[in-house]
Design a binder for this molecule. Sequence first.
Ligand SMILES: NC(=O)c1ccc[n+]([C@@H]2O[C@H](COP(=O)([O-])OP(=O)(O)OC[C@H]3O[C@@H](n4cnc5c(N)ncnc54)[C@H](OP(=O)(O)O)[C@@H]3O)[C@@H](O)[C@H]2O)c1
Length: 318
Amino acid sequence: MASFAPSKILVIGGTGIIGKYITASLLRAKPAFDQVILFTSANTVATKGELLEKWKSEGLSIIVGNFESDSDVAAAFAGVDTVISALGRSVLHHQIRLLQLAEDSGTVQWFLPSEFGTDIEHNDKSPNEPPHQNKLKVRKYVREHIKRLKVTYVVTGPYFDMWVNTQPGVEITGGFVPDKKEAYLIDDGNTKVGFCTMWDVGKFVVATLRNPQESFGKALKVQSFVVTPNEVLAEYEKQTGSEWKVTRTSLTDIRNLEAKLLAEGKPASISLRRIWAEGGTLYAKNDNELLGLGPEDLDSLEVGVKKALAGGWKKDTF
Ligand SMILES: NC(=O)c1ccc[n+]([C@@H]2O[C@H](COP(=O)([O-])OP(=O)(O)OC[C@H]3O[C@@H](n4cnc5c(N)ncnc54)[C@H](OP(=O)(O)O)[C@@H]3O)[C@@H](O)[C@H]2O)c1
């Protein structure tokens, strides 16, 4: 494996929320990878035709199949050396079978499971965090059963582009409302958070593929910038030239709301926001340098806020 360099790369979930940034970044990487292949569902082909046509004109190959079908997946893996999964949260458990099929394929050498988020092994509380459970099962499977394949997890922390938005009904869990110049911060807003912008996630995935030996077997911690929510607020105030109305909610109140929502079976986002506010994205040192990326290569807080004020990630085109 000393001279291994990924050349035939298969992306699963590559038209999803973060998958689009990853696929587009792989297609436009310089120097180009020999082949970028999307394994996708018939439903995506029917609903995202325009995007797929554009990407085909940029060199994307497309295999249509069902990731729950062993024969479809085995056929897609034939001849592929690197697999990147960007499958969504609700289907993460299927990756165990995908890893098994990749291990058995004989050709796949490297697998990047769908992580692209919070560090699920950050501290002694991590094993019990509700949103981490499916990703932890994937890592356990890899530790116990994967012998031949190399595996790398790209741990990006929260996407700044999404973190800045409040969630309707639970605004107090954090975010900014540009139309009203309102900010919702947890506690005193002075605990730093390590963010990635969504385009930088694509950049970090490409950089990972360029550095196989440094990346094999690791959970790489990558970050565009590390700032406090108060610094984000100050940047919004600077760029809009006005003072914003701030609502601060204690971590205790957030934890109480989280317990209530979890008891009602509500989704994981509040737990993640609480983890981020507790310092769950912070490290003595991240792996940016290991991948050869410095601040000049990455988005800044200023760029992130400017984009959010211009309408945010939903306006991105690929
Ligand atoms: N750091 C953050 O702030 C953050 C935010 C969001 C997500 N994430 C992480 O990013 C990763 C990808 O999440 P995402 O939100 O980008 O994924 P997503 O858009 O929900 O789904 C990605 C792809 O997975 C396939 N898929 C998803 N749900 C499916 C279902 N129920 N049935 C069949 N196929 C399904 C589809 O691909 P095909 O149709 O092509 O098969 C879809 O395009 C996850 O690990 C998630 O935890 C992190």
